[in-house]
Design a protein around this ligand. Structure first.
Ligand SMILES: [Zn+2]
Length: 248
């Protein structure tokens, strides 16, 4: 028997499930680990302050936060971190700087919005943190996290790494530093490498830098959830086009 589209039972039926890859922001945000949500909040705080837009959280085995840090490359105030305004004021370094030397950190997990660079990978090994999870690949330092398990000194500690993740939130994690490169140093070799890795996301960064849309959201102190929701459709289009391993 054909279904009557005007029948109340049909009109009140739930909408069809969204196609794969088109889940709502609310669902995907709610499903993200709290430490990664915190990383993105810190990343947006970093971007709002004019730095690169990268955040890091270290958690204990039960999930409680042990330390946080954010990128403060272009800031003079280090806030609750140790490093600001220097080339090494990275999110991971600022989080690792809050751990105590000599303590056993093998049960800790370091969460970061962007794949650790060589500097931070070394810091993770020296701190003897047991596990690293990152959202987006860093085109400049792609595979650096694997050095931790391919180098004999790193292998001896057995650091577990996880990432990059697919989807819009990884795209947003990459977009913030991408936008900073585009806004402050569009001709830099770093920006060129990022564009070669993720051209569609790079085009979005170019559009946002030209329109000052992210700058306006930063000036309005918009929460990170509002910013991601605003960009959701454009992030989805970009990560569905780019071949980069962070955006599969
Ligand atoms: Zn780093």
């Amino acid at each position: 028997m054909p279904r009557d589209p005007d029948h109340p039972a049909v009109r009140s039926a739930p909408a069809p499930s969204p196609a794969c890859g088109s889940d709502s922001f609310e669902d995907i945000w709610a499903g993200l680990e709290p430490a990664f949500r915190h990383c993105l909040e810190l990343a947006w705080a970093s971007a709002r302050a004019g730095s690169l837009g990268i955040g890091c959280v270290i958690t204990a085995s039960a999930g409680e936060t042990v330390a946080t840090g954010r990128n403060r490359l272009f800031e003079s105030d280090c806030g609750d971190d140790h490093l600001a305004g220097s080339p090494v004021a990275h999110a991971e370094m600022n989080a690792l700087g809050k751990l105590r030397a000599g303590a056993d950190h093998r049960e800790l997990t370091l969460w970061t919005s962007l794949e650790p660079c060589l500097l931070c990978a070394g810091g993770i090994r020296l701190a003897r943190v047991g596990r690293v999870c990152f959202l987006a690949a860093d085109p400049l330092w792609n595979g650096m996290a694997e050095v931790l398990s391919s180098n004999p000194f790193g292998l001896a500690h057995g650091i577990k790494t996880s990432g990059p993740r697919p989807g819009e939130l990884a795209g947003f994690a990459m977009l913030l530093p991408f936008h900073a490169w585009q806004f402050w140093a569009p001709g830099s070799d770093a920006n060129q490498l990022w564009h070669a890795h993720s051209p569609a996301l790079g085009d979005l960064a170019v559009q946002l830098a030209a329109s000052h849309e992210l700058v306006a959201l930063a000036a309005a102190a918009a929460p990170v959830t509002e910013v991601i929701r605003e960009l959701w459709g454009r992030l989805g289009a970009a990560v569905g086009t780019d071949p980069g391993d962070a955006l599969a």
